[in-house]
Ligand binder design. Structure first.
Ligand code: NAD
Length: 475
């Protein structure tokens, strides 16, 4: 017998089912893409036969199990991926369980008049292929799972291979909760051995009606080129702008809190500060009061050599110019604690250190690249006009997230209009933009490139019109 990847995956799926004590239920874990898609299609048909009231009851069961297991999943994610911290990941899991909208998000539009009644209703796509990131593994499955099922779909998840154990655990828990609440098994499916090749097979599979990718530029481009309806939730590089009218102490506290949340892994987290010169020193002093450790001079160059990779850009044939340096991220440091990163500089961080700050020029690689670690460059500019201009530039047109601390309504409005981000947070930590300490629902899939914005169940629906002529209009 040839022992290949599929055989290993099949054995893993079967062992997991037996360990569960019930080999007839798959609870969403399959050896091949074909099997996972077939099971999800069958589950989706069964879901379509249930009432919305029952669907809401299944969602409540998903919410409860996700909430109860929030800390366990956070612990698993930190151990497996080596990124982030348990306390903040627990909050993110709880947030996804509690504040992801359910079926109430689906609404019907109606027109009535001389010629009767016309409705537009939001119907399911069918089976959705959802590709999820290593930075938010369980919270994205919880959030996508609730939203997609609320909209009447089933899902096949393609988790990042570096977070497969955590992702499989939450998919299994959610299926178990659904089955216990009287719903079909396999509304959420995945593979026992998720890989990039499997993600590509999911993108091409004829049994998948829609794709949703939450991740970096590569995967967003891949789903948008797939020929299927696709939602792409891509990278950000959120600037936090502070002008001279802001409450500087509060701005400093909020920036440290937002930037250090889950060790800066969230795509919405502050990635660079742009401060108007006259308040910049005061801002940095307050940041130090709230848990920032400031490095300077040679330490900044040393840190660059540690957390970033560097190579020479490929130049066109015949070009005589000196090659430019191209920087990338050293993935070993993504999502690590500030104290761990400081230890690599030979610095023992004082207790309570949350983030490393440093003053840099506007074109420093720390400003330009999405670091996803608690290292926050601060750039001084002469006035608010320069701050707005630079913020737009370093956000790179991602149209993802921006933060501003100011009491001047004109300044706030000008940056919001110029930067055109999906999320714009005023006078708060960035996470207020996804409902932590701010109003509104949450999501872990923020679709800037394809324009759905903060996704919710309605993002996973098809609009369908139903027309009844010359009746049901009662006036
Ligand atoms: P990643 O792009 O490396 O991986 C994301 C997912 O895509 C994984 O499941 C991975 O296996 C898969 N993948 C990657 N390249 C692929 C390809 N070419 N073909 C098929 N599948 C592919 O990202 P990550 O490191 O897991 O997550 C961090 C990135 O995701 C950051 O850039 C962050 O800003 C972004 N992100 C965005 C959002 C959002 O809502 N906009 C949310 C979370 C993370």
């Amino acid at each position: 017998m040839v022992i290949d990847q599929t055989l290993i995956a099949r054995i893993t799926a079967e062992v997991m089912a037996h360990m569960q004590g019930n080999s007839t239920q798959a609870y969403g874990i399959f050896a091949t893409v074909d099997e996972a898609v077939a099971a999800a299609r069958s589950a989706q048909k069964q879901l379509a036969g249930l009432s919305i009231e029952k669907r809401e009851c299944l969602i409540q069961a998903m919410r409860d199990t996700a909430y109860e297991n929030a800390a366990l999943l956070a612990q698993m994610a930190v151990e497996e991926s080596g990124m982030g911290n348990v306390a903040d990941k627990t909050i993110k899991n709880q947030l996804a369980a509690r504040k992801t909208p359910g079926t109430e998000d689906l609404c019907t539009h109606a027109w009535s008049g001389d010629h009767g009644l016309t409705l537009i209703e939001m119907g399911p796509y069918g089976v959705i292929g959802a590709i999820t990131p290593t930075t938010n593994p369980s919270e994205t499955v919880i959030c996508n799972g609730i939203g997609m099922i609320a909209a009447g779909n089933a899902v096949i998840f393609s988790p990042h291979p570096k977070a497969k154990g955590t992702s499989i655990k939450i998919i299994r828990l959610l299926n178990e909760a659904i089955v216990k609440a009287g719903g079909p098994d396999n509304l959420l499916t995945t593979l026992a051995e998720p890989t990039i090749e499997a993600a590509n097979a999911i993108m091409k599979h004829p049994g998948i009606n829609m794709l949703v990718a939450t991740g970096g530029p590569g995967v967003v481009k891949a789903v948008m080129s797939s020929g299927k309806k696709a939602i792409g939730a891509g990278a950000g590089n959120p600037p936090a702008v502070v002008d001279e009218t802001a409450d500087i102490e509060k701005a400093a506290r909020d920036i440290v809190a937002g930037c250090s949340f889950d060790n800066n892994l969230p795509c919405i987290a502050e990635k660079e500060v742009i401060a108007v010169g006259c308040i910049a020193d005061q801002l940095m002093a307050y940041m130090q009061k709230y848990g920032a450790y400031k490095i300077s001079g040679r330490q900044i160059d040393e840190l660059l050599g540690i957390i970033m990779t560097e190579e020479e850009a490929k130049m066109a044939a015949g070009c005589t110019e000196k090659p430019k340096k191209v920087y990338g991220i050293n993935k070993d440091y993504v999502g690590k604690d500030a104290s761990y990163i400081l230890s690599k500089l030979g610095i023992e961080a004082p207790a309570g250190t949350k983030v490393i700050i440093c003053e840099t020029e506007a074109d420093h690689p720390f400003v330009i690249e999405e670091l996803m670690m608690p290292v926050l460059p601060v750039v001084q500019v002469k006035d608010v006009d320069a701050a707005i201009q630079l913020a737009v530039k370093v956000e790179h047109g991602n149209r993802h997230t921006a933060v501003m601390h100011s009491k001047n309504v004109d300044h706030l409005t000008r940056l919001a209009k110029a930067i055109e981000t999906t999320i714009f947070v005023k006078n708060a930590p960035s996470y207020a933009g996804i409902g932590v300490g701010g109003e509104g629902f949450t999501t872990f899939t923020i679709a800037g490139p394809t324009g759905e914005g903060l996704t919710s169940p309605r993002s996973f629906t098809r609009q369908r019109r139903c027309v009844l002529v010359d009746a049901f209009s009662i006036v």
